[in-house]
Design a protein around this ligand. Structure first.
Ligand code: NOJ
Ligand code: MG
Length: 605
């Protein structure tokens, strides 16, 4: 056995002799290895009892998030808004919506986050404003310089002399035409999303200047970056050509009725990202605190379309391959060990060299992870995603395995669903994944002291809640926390990745780095037990020791299994390491071995 001390020494020698170690595993920026925790502010924590989550509620939970291993929070829109699309319809980019608090509350949140070492990311919506934004009101009245801030068109006259929108484009939210008539302006305006979400004309230089001002304003206020909303939808065909019919069996007012070749994924969207990246770079060059401010971008598309944002300067273009590809949403049926391996490889092979990989497990626009894959797969996906290299993004509640909440048609608020009908809304609604966070088993799941809350609390809150999971010896939450700690070891940050499918049912992946304790994640996708050899991971010792195991597993931290023959329970998810590693210096948490004693006491074994 090579001791830890001698292995460290070997690395140092290698570094000096070859001068390569630093180059290969160069010091990474904060955003290249961070865990991003997405907060849906409206349902995260209500501090004042009005039944709506707010900024002070988030601030009160920052210590908890720190304890969980979260280093970055991304807060979905908190700006002034009539809340037609839960804040994605902004009426003032520079102020906080009163239902969430004040600018002072926001500054307090940022200050407290800074004390705890947590970075704050805000959600920036550059494609559209609310029709209540001052700019739109002025534009509607043709007041310069706002006259051309939005996409306007006087329409066309049909054979009967009736005025019609200039083309057949449809709203993403299934309300029919993407054009809406304005009596005041005597013209149509474009809205890719809800009728009151008015599309900017980003071919207007003045609007681009406004976007830069907004970005700088929030960076000046202490945010570490922005998540940029709805990128694929920013530009539309300048010639306004009709889109072809998709052939999908949906009503002609549904977005899916057309094939969006002229309103999505235009190259100008990418060019705009380059403009913003230059703006970020310029901003960063003037700061003295060494903190790189970054851009996370949102865009659903093919892997090639998404990874192309890297080439144009996005630090992290969200990778949704654990949620869907460009044609289907993933669930337990469409996924398998082979598919998981394929998802990972697809992204790594498609992104440009030197880019930072990233993995998203859920968000406010998709069914919850536990509902898509089944609760028995919560540990599986948390272990895999937390121990993949790069950035992991988790949606609030997924760390405790929250599930979608059934809401009736009457209880539904999401415009994307409300524009359909009682027979179809379930396929479109995003409310089930947006219900209050389940903190404990008290009133409204500890989210609010009010019994009337924004979207009803899931009835399973009495047993499925954070407090219960903190008290249990083993839980999704504790597993998330343990995997987060392992993620923060040297090998978790810098280790090379190897992924293997064994037989039909088993997926395994290792993180290895010369001179450092290795990590191995093994999962059994099937619900029946299976016995496999992990000898492909020949750098690991012949006995492997358990670091974490799924909530139903009998194996505990410190238990050992034989590398050449491991029996995995149905739906097993394990994190393993070699059994011959030792920690001579317990203060060094960057090595896996040094974490083992604390993991044992953490899991009460
Ligand atoms: C993407 C956001 O994630 C979604 O929630 C929103 O409805 C649309 N963009 C429109 O802003
Ligand atoms: Mg409140």
């Amino acid at each position: 056995m090579v001791t830890l001390a001698s292995r460290r020494f070997a690395v140092a020698i290698f570094a000096i002799a070859a001068g390569l170690v630093l180059q290969v595993h160069a010091e990474k920026q904060w955003w290249q290895t961070t865990t991003v925790y997405q907060i849906w502010p409206r349902s995260f924590k209500d501090s004042d009892g009005d039944g709506i989550g707010d900024l002070n509620g988030i601030t009160s939970k920052l210590e908890h998030l720190n304890d969980m291993g979260v280093e970055t929070i991304w807060i979905s829109p908190i700006f002034k808004s009539p809340q037609v699309d839960t804040g994605y319809d902004v009426s003032d980019y520079l102020d906080i919506d009163p239902m969430y608090g004040t600018l002072e509350d926001f500054d307090n949140l940022v200050a407290r986050a800074k004390e705890l070492g947590i970075k704050v990311i805000l959600d920036y919506v550059p494609n559209h404003t609310s029709s209540e934004h001052e700019w739109f009101k002025l534009s509607e009245n043709s007041v310069d310089p706002y006259t051309d801030y939005y996409v306007w068109h006087e329409g066309v006259l049909d054979a009967n002399g009736t005025r019609r929108p200039p083309n057949n484009w449809l709203s993403v939210f299934n309300s029919g035409s993407a054009w809406e008539w304005s009596d005041k302006r005597q013209a149509y305006y474009l809205h890719q999303f809800a009728v009151s979400q008015v599309d900017f004309d980003l071919r207007n230089e003045l609007v681009i200047e406004e976007t830069k001002k907004i970005i700088s304003y929030w960076l000046d206020r202490g945010v570490a970056g922005l998540r940029i909303d709805a990128l694929p939808h920013i530009y539309e065909d300048a010639e306004l050509r009709d889109e072809p019919i998709s052939g999908l069996p949906v009503p002609p007012t549904d977005y899916g009725y057309l094939d969006h070749i002229y309103t999505k994924h235009l190259i100008e969207n990418y060019e705009l990202v380059r403009i913003w990246r230059d703006h970020f770079d310029e901003y960063n060059s003037k700061t003295t605190d060494g903190l790189e401010r970054v851009m996370f971008t949102e865009g659903y598309g093919t892997t090639a379309q998404t990874t192309l944002y890297y080439d144009y300067g996005a630090h992290i273009p969200f990778n949704f391959l654990f949620i869907s590809n460009s044609t289907v949403s993933y669930n337990a049926e469409t996924q398998s060990p082979a598919e998981i391996k394929h998802n990972i490889e697809q992204w790594l092979q498609s992104m440009p060299e030197g880019a930072t990989p990233n993995w998203v497990i859920g968000n406010h626009d998709n069914m919850r992870m536990a509902t898509r894959f089944g609760s028995e797969k919560v540990d599986t996906f948390n272990f895999i995603l937390l121990l993949l290299p790069g950035v992991m993004t988790v949606y609030n509640g997924d760390e405790i395995g929250m599930t979608d909440t059934y809401l009736t048609w009457e209880q539904t608020a999401d415009p994307q669903a409300c524009n359909t009908d009682p027979g179809r809304y379930q396929g479109y609604t995003r409310d089930p994944q947006r219900t209050p966070f389940q903190w404990d088993n008290s009133t409204s799941a500890g989210f609010s002291t009010n019994t009337r809350v924004y979207l009803k609390v899931n009835e399973n809150y009495r047993t499925l809640n954070l407090a219960a999971q903190k008290a249990a010896d083993k839980s999704y939450y504790k597993n998330f926390q343990a995997a987060s700690r392992l993620r923060n070891t040297t090998v978790g940050r810098d280790g090379d990745l190897k992924t293997v499918v064994i037989g039909e049912d088993v997926f395994a992946m290792s993180r290895e780095l010369d001179g450092h304790d290795p990590l191995l994640v093994v999962i059994n996708w099937s619900k029946s037990p299976v016995t496999v050899s992990l000898d492909e991971f020949s750098n690991f010792s012949e006995k492997l020791q358990v670091l974490a195991s799924d909530v139903n597993n009998d194996l505990k931290v410190g238990d050992t299994v034989s590398r050449d023959s491991v029996t995995l329970q149905g739906n097993a998810a394990l994190i393993l390491t070699s059994s011959d590693i030792t920690c001579s210096d317990y203060s060094d948490v960057s090595e896996v071995a040094c974490l083992i004693p604390s993991l044992k006491s953490f899991f009460n074994v």
